[in-house]
Structure formats: structure tokens, C-alpha cells
Design a protein around this ligand. Structure first.
Ligand code: HEC
Length: 565
């Protein structure tokens, strides 16, 4: 009951705010009429209002735009109007009468409201749009979830919090959803399980996401390795009761971490390799995937392609594909130069590469990545004299995992095979031309294989809920990871510490000589900010100085006996 009252209050506050200031061009009574129609017909708990609004919340018109059910200024092109006119919505009929549509006058009001740009001008002030979420709310959501889970499952449940992103006023609404999508995509990219499992959204604002370690083949040890490098583990002051409860129920001292940190760090080595348990050499990787490269080439089971003008390598490049039980295994042969020993056009059978990049399918159809040096040893990043990431001028280093995900957004990248035609035109060669012609099977075969592999990948992506990005800019993991690594604003720093008002954080720093001495005074002033690594290193100190919490050092987490196996 109190909850319903709160919703109602919120609605009144929103309507009041709308009526008093947020309108722009749209007449106030049109706004309030439209919102009343929504509230009465769509805003039931469990539908498009209440604690878990389905895709949009009618109490927040901006969410209608985000969910793309409304095109501002274009009622006829808006999905919402289409559904109302077709009688698809309200579900179950107007006022619960099957087959009865929303009255035509009401639809007309909504049409006028959309045509007048209503949803655009009705965007609520930020403070109302997103209410601050406290750490105790995060803990409460976790406790609720643990209590409702069967006892036998509790040791395997782990949580990700989006609260600091939510609380940061620098993050726009659509981006929040991107974080949820990126997390779902990433945990499944780090899984050796056949099924794809999306994290479960908890809490009234879906700012806590839950995973079950077993769904990804992770163990308590995997989690321990993750938190061993997590720099934001605080035991917040005044919340020891809640913390103790969480610890007692889960059997772990830190069963929850931050989504933004995880996306930036688990997508790249060392964590990327650790979580996915990738072996240390190419040979071991091929054994693991049951790929018999030499045999496949001899038996004409593998396919090769070659190109002179690569999108990433400065030099000519050859690619080899094998089939595996999970799908494909693609390996590139990368060269530091094009001199005779490195010229794939001179001898495409005997390739002596300076390194290679590998993409292979995981059992769930998503891709995993691997970089090998000349000796076949696994490395974290490719040497820039061999390949470079041209989409990222600030940091052209191709790092395993995240860089690959950011460029291979649809799966394998299309290219033009330039070898097969030259082979077929060559009367004589330094190598076995017949064998080479079979191995280098040409463009149509390449296109067929790429299509096969990309369909598999895009189906798997669909099941993560994140969909196939249209371009490199839209790939959520690399986009959010790059963002994470830029300079923090004061608003983000305050949100990291669960301080609602950034000015409050600035005041605290102004009054703390120890923090100023350590250089945190760079957060002062309207343009204050701090580099991510400096912030991570100093986070424990800031939290202690400000009395916000005591830093758990990685030691105690790592040494602690844990129940989960
Ligand atoms: C800057 C963008 C970019 C990055 C980053 C990138 N690739 Fe690629 N990759 C390409 C392009 C473009 C091709 C197509 C062939 C070419 O132009 O070299 C390709 C092709 C490949 C192929 C051959 C199969 C295919 O997709 O055509 C493999 C294997 C491969 N890359 C592995 C990797 C791995 C592993 C990483 C991460 C360590 C990585 N790539 C990072 C752009 C990129």
C-alpha cells in the first residue's frame, strides 16, 4: 500500500513539475492529459509503470523515446499509436474489456501530444528522473535475492551493481541499458558453457544484476581472482549489519562488484585470460579445441586465404580456417615485413609467421580470442609493428579480447582473397601449385564460410540480449571500456563514493589536507577531474579519509575460506 502511495506521490510530483516548468512548446494541459491517459491505461504495476516497468515507464516520458515506441513530432510513425489503434494495447482491452480499444478521443490526445513534441519537452529534471540509490539499497536488494534463493544455490550467486553509474548525472539514460547489455555479452563471452544466460536484473531500478557462477562454468576461485584486482571493495561505514548479512548468506566476503569496472577489466588480459582459462600456447589451445592444424592442411580439411592489403596489418597476411565441434577456428599469419621469407605470394604453403591472431567459437557460439608470438606463446597484446587498431587513434595497441570484440563486431571480418586468382594464373611455382590451389579455395568459398560463422555469432549475440552492433562505435563492451578509462568527472567520483551531491565531495576535499597533499584537489573547481588509474589507486584512501568506508585489501578476500566450490 505504502508503495502504491509512493508511486502516486511520484506521479503527482512529476505532473506538478511538468505543469510548472518542464514544458517548452507543449501546452501544459495536453501534457497532463496525455500522462493521465498513460497512467490510467498503461501504468499498472507489472506493466509500464510500477517497480519493474516493461521496456518503458509511462511515468517518465523520456523512457518512451528511449524505448523507441514514440517518434517525437510524428504520431503516425509512432509504434505506440499503431498498437493503440490496432487494439493490441492496452493488453486485455480497455479497462479490462476484451476487444475494446482505447477511446478514440484519448488516442487523439496522445496523437496531438506526440505531434507537439510532448515527450521531448516533458523530460523530467534529472534529479526527478533518477532518484539517488544508496549503498544500503543495493545491499538490501542482494539480501532479498539471497533470502529468496534456495539455500543450496546461494554460494554460487554473485552480483554486479550499476548504482554508481546510475547515480552519476553524467550518464544518460540510454547508456544505462548499454551497461546491462555489455555485462550480459561479456559474461557469456567468458563462458565455456553451451547455454547463454543473461544476468538477472534485480531491484526497483534494475541496478543490481545477478549471475550464477555455474552458468558460465566459473568457480569460487574464478570470483576470487576477479575480486583480487577489484580496487573498489569497501566495507561501508554504518552498514556492517547489512554487510554481515550478505556475507553470512553468500559465504563470501565480497559477493558484489561494479559493472563498469568489470566491463573494462574482465574484457582484457590478465583477467580475460584468467576467467576464460586460456592456455599459454597455441599448441595447447589447438589441443583443447581438438584442432589438428597440420593434419587438416595435409588432408585438405582446412582452408586458406591471403591478402595484400589488410585492414589491420601493414603487411601481407594469410588466414586459415578449421572446423571445430563448436564452430570455427580462424588463425591469421601475421608478418613484420614482406621480404621473400615473409611473402605469402611467393610461397603460400610454407608460412613462417611472426605472430598470429586467433578467433574461435566457444560452445555457446560466441567468439574467443588469442594472440600468439612467433614461438606460439600467448601474449596479451600484439606488437604495433605487426598490427594496429586504426579505430582507436588514442591507443592503437591491439589487446586481446576487448580490441578484437571492438572490431569483429559481427563476427569474422570480410576481406578479399587476393591469392587464389594469382595462383590459378601462375604457370610455375616454387611450391606444390596443385596443393596450394586446393588449400586456397578462393572468394566464393570464403564468403560462404564467413556467412556461416557470422550467422552463428549473431544468433548467439541475440541470445545475450545485446544484439549485433551496426558498427564499431556501437559495440558496447569496447565503447564502455574506453569510456571507463578516460578521466573521471567530479560527478562520477562522487557517485563512486555514494555521495549524492558532487559539491559535497568537493567540500570534503577542500577540508582535507591529506587528500589535497595526495593530489585529489584536482577534483575541485567546475572542471575538476582525475585520471582513472590515480583514482583507483587512491580510492581506499579517499574513502577512509572521508569516513565512507574501510577498504578491504585483496589479501583478506583471497585468504578467506569460502563455501562455494
Ligand atoms: C582495427 C580492427 C581490428 C582489430 C582490433 C582486430 N581485427 Fe581481426 N580483422 C580485422 C579485419 C579488417 C580483418 C579482415 C582481414 C584483414 O583486413 O586483415 C580481420 C581478420 C581477422 C581474422 C581472420 C578471420 C576474419 O575475421 O576475417 C582473425 C583470425 C582475426 N582478425 C583475429 C583477431 C584477433 C584475435 C583480434 C584481437 C587480438 C583482432 N583480430 C583484432 C580487423 C581487426
Amino acid at each position: 500500500m505504502t508503495f502504491l502511495l509512493r508511486c502516486y506521490e511520484l506521479l503527482l510530483i512529476s505532473l506538478f513539475l511538468l505543469a510548472s516548468e518542464g514544458f517548452g512548446q507543449t501546452p501544459p494541459d495536453l501534457n497532463s492529459k496525455a500522462l493521465t491517459i498513460f497512467e490510467q491505461n498503461c501504468g499498472n504495476l507489472g506493466c509500464h509503470g510500477g517497480p519493474d516497468p516493461y521496456s518503458f515507464d509511462v511515468r517518465d516520458p523520456a523512457s518512451l523515446l528511449t524505448a523507441k515506441v514514440i517518434q517525437s513530432g510524428n504520431a503516425s510513425g509512432s509504434e505506440l499509436i499503431r498498437r493503440l489503434e490496432a487494439g493490441i494495447m492496452p493488453l486485455g482491452g480497455y479497462k479490462g474489456q476484451r476487444g475494446v480499444k482505447l477511446p478514440a478521443e484519448d488516442i487523439q490526445i496522445l496523437r496531438q501530444w506526440i505531434d507537439a513534441g510532448g515527450p521531448e519537452s516533458a523530460r523530467l529534471p534529472r534529479s526527478v528522473q533518477r532518484q539517488f540509490i544508496s549503498e544500503s539499497q543495493v545491499l538490501a536488494a542482494i539480501v532479498r535475492d539471497l533470502v529468496s534463493a534456495p539455500e543450496a544455490d546461494r554460494p554460487y550467486l554473485r552480483y554486479y551493481s550499476l548504482a554508481n553509474v546510475w547515480n552519476s548525472m553524467d550518464v544518460e539514460e540510454p547508456e544505462l541499458e548499454l551497461y546491462r547489455m555489455a555485462l550480459s555479452k561479456l559474461v557469456n563471452h567468458l563462458s565455456w558453457k553451451r547455454e547463454i544466460t543473461q544476468p538477472r536484473q534485480l531491484g526497483s531500478e534494475s541496478t543490481v544484476l545477478r549471475i550464477d557462477l555455474r552458468n558460465y562454468g566459473w568457480t569460487a576461485e574464478t570470483w576470487r581472482e576477479i575480486i583480487a584486482s577489484f580496487p573498489y571493495g569497501l566495507e561501508p561505514s554504518g552498514l556492517s549489519k547489512e554487510i554481515n548479512r550478505v556475507q553470512a548468506l553468500s559465504g563470501v566476503s565480497l559477493p558484489y562488484i561494479r559493472v563498469d569496472w568489470f566491463i573494462a577489466n574482465a574484457s582484457t588480459p590478465p583477467l580475460y585470460h584468467t576467467i576464460l582459462q586460456l592456455p599459454g600456447t597455441l599448441d595447447e589451445l589447438e589441443t583443447l579445441l581438438d584442432v589438428h592444424a597440420t593434419f587438416d592442411v595435409e588432408q585438405n580439411l582446412a582452408r586458406r586465404f591471403g591478402l595484400r592489403n589488410s585492414g589491420v596489418s601493414r603487411n601481407n597476411r594469410a588466414m586459415e580456417r578449421h572446423s571445430t565441434v563448436y564452430g570455427a577456428y580462424w588463425k591469421s599469419f601475421d608478418f613484420a615485413g614482406n621480404n621473400p621469407g615473409q611473402n605469402i605470394f611467393r610461397d603460400p604453403l610454407d608460412l613462417r609467421a611472426d605472430g598470429g591472431e586467433i578467433i574461435f567459437n566457444l560452445p555457446n557460439g560466441l567468439q574467443a580470442y588469442f594472440i600468439a608470438d612467433r614461438q606460439g606463446k600467448r601474449i596479451d597484446a600484439a606488437p604495433v609493428n605487426i598490427v594496429r587498431d586504426r579505430t582507436n587513434p588514442d591507443d592503437p595497441v591491439v589487446r586481446n579480447g576487448r580490441s578484437c570484440m571492438g572490431c569483429h563486431v559481427r563476427g569474422m571480418n570480410a576481406f578479399r582473397d587476393e591469392i587464389s586468382a594469382t595462383l590459378r594464373a601462375r604457370p610455375q611455382a616454387l611450391f606444390d601449385l596443385d596443393r596450394a590451389e586446393v588449400l586456397y579455395s578462393g572468394q566464393p568459398e570464403l564468403d560462404r564460410l564467413l556467412e556461416l560463422d557470422n550467422t552463428r555469432f549473431s544468433r548467439a549475440l541475440g541470445r545475450t540480449g545485446s544484439g549485433t552492433p551496426k558498427g564499431t562505435d556501437e559495440e558496447p563492451i569496447s565503447r564502455l571500456a574506453r569510456k571507463y578509462e578516460t578521466t573521471l568527472t567530479v560527478s562520477q567520483a562522487a557517485a563512486d563514493l555514494f555521495i549524492e551531491d558532487p559539491k559535497e565531495l568537493q567540500k570534503l576535499i577542500e577540508n582535507s589536507t591529506p587528500l589535497q597533499i595526495q593530489g585529489f584537489d584536482q577534483l575541485l573547481g567546475p572542471k575538476g577531474g582525475i585520471k582513472r588509474d590515480a583514482w583507483e589507486q587512491g580510492f581506499g584512501l579517499v574513502a577512509r579519509e572521508l569516513g565512507i568506508g574501510e577498504f578491504f585489501s585483496p589479501g583478506p578476500w583471497g585468504n578467506e575460506p569460502q563455501k562455494a566450490q
